[in-house]
Design a protein around this ligand. Structure first.
Ligand code: AMP
Length: 300
């Protein structure tokens, strides 16, 4: 992993923000913050940071008095044929961006720091992890839930900040926290978008200019479904159909799912919806993108 280059970080960044790489250093820094009666806010990330990530850090800063960000491309949440090896790693830019947001502490572990060679315990993810991403990416949520619980145990934050962009992930984490009595408040922050609507994602940098253009069909389709809902359309199939048509017209053919689901159980809605989230996963070229939109009806 290229995070090993962290040891060569320029001193200017090292001076601007405290960066730790080992569990021991992290625990010591957290202990000191707790002794100082600071309320700890955690933002876990995989790096390649953009404004979406930074919005979470800013929310953590607004709500807490000691802000911790983690940068860790978590191997256990990637399938064997996924993009773990080529996932973008931009550590120096990430550290500078986090320093600019006033982050107090950044944890950048190597994989063997979190997963010793004989590591074998993991979190069985809750039922809400089964469908959608859980089906398309077997083992993904086991990896996510495990690393997030480990980070919660290490940092013991009062609050942790996640993005609505990964809607199912946020629901999985909320359920895990409830089911396992983890003493942390989960905040889910709005999806930050590019001016043309594309949800910001570290993976957007994989897109060619043509793919980048076609990818806007995802948010356009969601906005059309939203407009239909606001005009009173409640039939799940009609709402999903509007998104499907928009994607097809833009030549986005590899759709993993377009699902109109209950916002809490993530079960698909058959017939008419009274509250719903529409979830999408589609591939544009070789890049798999996800997005979602909460649907609201004028009278609900
Ligand atoms: P990642 O680095 O992709 O694991 O994402 C780290 C956190 O940032 C997760 O809680 C994501 O949901 C959140 N995030 C990613 N993209 C966005 C976005 N466009 N807007 C808001 N939050 C985001």
């Amino acid at each position: 992993m290229s995070v090993t280059t962290r040891r060569d970080r320029p001193d200017t960044i090292r001076d601007a923000v405290r960066v730790v790489t080992t569990v021991g250093e992290l625990r010591a820094a957290i202990h000191a913050a707790r002794e100082d009666n600071r309320s700890i806010g955690l933002t876990p990330t995989m790096g390649a940071l953009h404004e979406g990530h930074l919005s979470l850090v800013r929310a953590a800063r607004a709500a807490c008095t000691f802000t911790v960000a983690t940068i860790f491309v978590n191997p256990t949440q990637f399938g064997p044929h996924e993009d773990f090896a080529r996932y973008p790693r931009t550590l120096d830019a990430d550290l500078a961006a986090l320093a600019g947001c006033g982050t107090d502490l950044i944890f950048v572990p190597d994989a063997d720091e979190l997963y010793p060679a004989d590591w074998s315990t993991s979190v069985e993810p809750p039922r809400v992890a089964r469908r959608w991403e859980g089906e398309c990416r077997p083992g993904h949520f086991r990896g996510v839930a495990t690393v997030v619980l480990k980070l919660f145990n290490l940092v013991q934050p009062a609050a942790a900040f996640f993005g609505c962009k990964d809607y199912q992930q946020a629901v999985v984490i909320r359920r895990m926290v409830r089911d396992l009595d983890v003493p942390v408040e989960i905040h889910v922050c709005p999806t930050v978008r590019e001016p043309d609507g594309l949800a910001m994602s570290s993976r957007n940098r994989y897109l060619s200019p043509d793919e980048r253009h076609r990818a806007t069909a995802i948010s356009r389709g969601l906005r059309q479904a939203e407009a239909l809902a606001l005009a009173g359309e409640r039939r799940a199939e009609a709402l999903a159909g509007a998104v499907r048509n928009t994607l097809a017209a833009a030549g986005v053919e590899h759709v993993d799912y377009i699902a109109v689901v209950d916002p809490e159980t993530l079960e698909p809605i058959a017939g008419s919806a009274s509250r719903a989230v529409i979830l999408i996963a589609a591939r544009v070229g070789g890049t798999r993108l996800i997005d979602n939109m909460q649907l609201v009806w004028p009278d609900s």
